[in-house]
Design a protein around this ligand. Structure first.
Ligand SMILES: [Zn+2]
Length: 376
């Protein structure tokens, strides 16, 4: 096969399919309940070529910039079998690399694949009783549960096994991760996504109002800012949300983008606050003041902000009584330290900085900054 492909050189009939994929991707990527920042990816298989989103690209921008990369499908499958890197077809002067989840798209037999970090799906997929709850809601659909696995080859292997168990499967619930839906074309796949979302919808829990007076005082003395997205305050004002946050990392994007959330007591005094904010190499992007609300550092990145909104929406859909499966320390370390390709690359494409475990502050206990600079 000619290994030089450009979107403009694709035959007209296939061009229209790529256009459908771009439009679908932009719609899906613009819904914060489905995609946050550069996560989520879509693909279509056209005449032996897998067109897949480039690493670090935001699906929401799919109509504005070229973000789909051609990958030889047979070569990609061979690479997955060997456990190696997936080579992209050469596009002159194109520095993009295929998404880290390309292996999963390659092994799926369907023409169109949509992978999203659906808030509603994640809210189920972090629960220890997820299988029972999902079985009741997805009855009649061809769905499979995929145990947590790292993106890349390990996740592709789990998907392959699920497809081998049941060829008809076109909905995959990824434990502690998200949702994959597949179909013969963009329209059918998008409809299936809507159907799964409809069945898995969870109303968010209301939360008490933030203490704006106290937050303004903190803002004056610290430079931290009141967020422009009200729901974020739930992390501070809603006891259940705070408790879930303190439990650890629920899914990879939280571990990568939001592992330095600083939790403070409402009695924090300005002088002590300042020293804690400047204690690390980089000030925390997110500060939760218990029973008061949330403050953001002015340097928070768009990716951190989008993922923070996603996190609070997952948490607001999680009951206090739910038994949750948090990522293990080993799983979090793998995400943050894995060499070669991984989530890390996508995080870097977003100009994301350092990470580690969530830091909780109390008057008795100093903040824990366990910074991991591997992402800087
Ligand atoms: Zn993903």
């Amino acid at each position: 096969m000619n290994n030089q492909v450009h979107p403009n050189s694709v035959p007209v009939g296939l061009q229209s399919e790529l256009t459908c994929l771009r439009q679908l991707s932009a719609r899906v990527g613009s819904d914060p309940l489905l995609v946050q920042a550069s996560n989520g990816n879509t693909s279509i298989k056209l005449e032996g070529v897998l067109w897949i989103k480039g690493s670090g690209k935001w699906l929401a921008q799919a109509n504005q910039e070229e973000m789909f990369i051609p990958v030889d499908l047979a070569e990609a499958k061979g690479a997955v079998e060997r456990g190696g890197e997936i080579p992209q077809l050469r596009i002159s002067r194109n520095p993009m690399r295929p998404s880290i989840e390309t292996a999963m798209h390659a092994v799926l037999p369907h023409r169109v694949v949509i992978h999203v970090h659906s808030i509603n799906t994640i809210a189920w997929a972090i629960r220890l009783d997820a299988l029972d709850e999902l079985a009741a809601r997805l009855r009649g659909l061809h769905w499979e549960w995929i145990p947590y696995a790292e993106s890349g080859i390990p996740l592709a292997r789990e998907i392959e096994m699920a497809v081998a168990r049941a060829r008809d499967t076109n909905v995959f619930i990824l434990a502690n991760h998200g949702l994959v839906v597949c179909g013969r074309d963009c329209s059918a796949t998008e409809q299936l996504l809507c159907e799964v979302e409809r069945r898995l919808v969870i109303p968010p829990r209301p939360f008490p109002e933030p203490d704006t007076t106290l937050l303004e005082n903190i803002s004056r003395s610290s430079g931290l800012q009141n967020p422009d997205f009200d729901s974020l305050h739930a992390l501070g004002t809603d006891n259940t949300s705070l408790k879930i946050l303190k439990g650890g990392m629920l899914y990879p994007c939280q571990a990568i983008f939001l592992s330095e959330v600083l939790i403070l007591p409402p009695t924090i005094v300005a002088s002590r606050l300042k020293s804690h904010l400047t204690a690390g190499e980089r000030p925390p992007s997110v500060v939760v003041v218990e029973r008061c609300g949330v403050m953001l550092h002015e340097n928070i990145t768009n990716a951190e902000r989008a993922n923070l909104i996603g996190l609070i929406e997952v948490i607001r859909r999680t009951k206090e009584s739910a038994h949750l499966r948090y990522l293990s320390r080993e799983e979090v370390e793998k995400l943050l330290n894995a060499g070669g390709r991984g989530y890390k690359d996508e995080a870097e494409m977003d100009a994301k900085a350092n990470s580690a475990t969530s830091a909780t502050f109390s008057e008795e206990r100093e903040p824990e900054y366990n910074r991991n600079t591997c992402l800087s």
